[in-house]
Design a protein around this ligand. Sequence first.
Ligand code: ZN
Length: 251
Amino acid sequence: MNVFDCHTHWAPCFQNRDGRNPAAWIELIRSAGVSHAVILPFTGLIHDGKVGQDNDDLAAVCAHPAAEGRMIPFCTAQISVPDEGLAEIRRALGTLKMRGIKFHPWLQGLSPGWAAMDDVCDLAEEFDVPILFHDGTPPFSLPAQMALLAKRHPRVQIILGHTGLFEHWREAIAAVNLTPNLWPCLCSPHVAALKEIVRRCDPQRLLWGSDHGFTLDNFYPYRRGLMELIGLDDKQREAMYDVNPRRLLKM
Ligand SMILES: [Zn+2]
């Protein structure tokens, strides 16, 4: 069985130490039993001026032979100036062949309710890629806000990067159950919440993520340990770690 980690990052700590070579990064995920990873930007989320550079770096890292095709890069963009942001997304998905889009709305100061976000969804539909949102923190990152966007764009697959974090997981469950194209990524809620998400959400859309990669620390013993504590059966494991992410990412 493959194990897809659907929420990881490429942060400056790796870029500064390893350049565009992911060998050490891959070695770490492999030692945790992870076979593939959706890898999200980091610098581009906190520094608007470095979005293009970060997308270039991430695309190059994932195309490096050491990545063995196991790293699936998502781009980001700053869409507060819509034309520039949309052009960058088109470049990242077209020229750089990145495989999804990531937003961290409260960090980037973007609302999922902006008209430009509808244009982003049109691009995601054109390139047939999913959009992953950080979620679980007001004002711009509530699961219901992503659900409204997903409702407006029923052919675009939208991932809740944290399924509500610690305080909004109940809202996330309700949002997922009302919205067939909203995917909950089990990354960060506590054990009781994780159990309830697994019990109440569509098993065909559950994903798992570690948030590995924004520091040099090894997040895996904790994140994988949490998943062991919730008591999944083999069928649930296979769906969440392998079948669902492959369907979502077309692999
Ligand atoms: Zn993250």
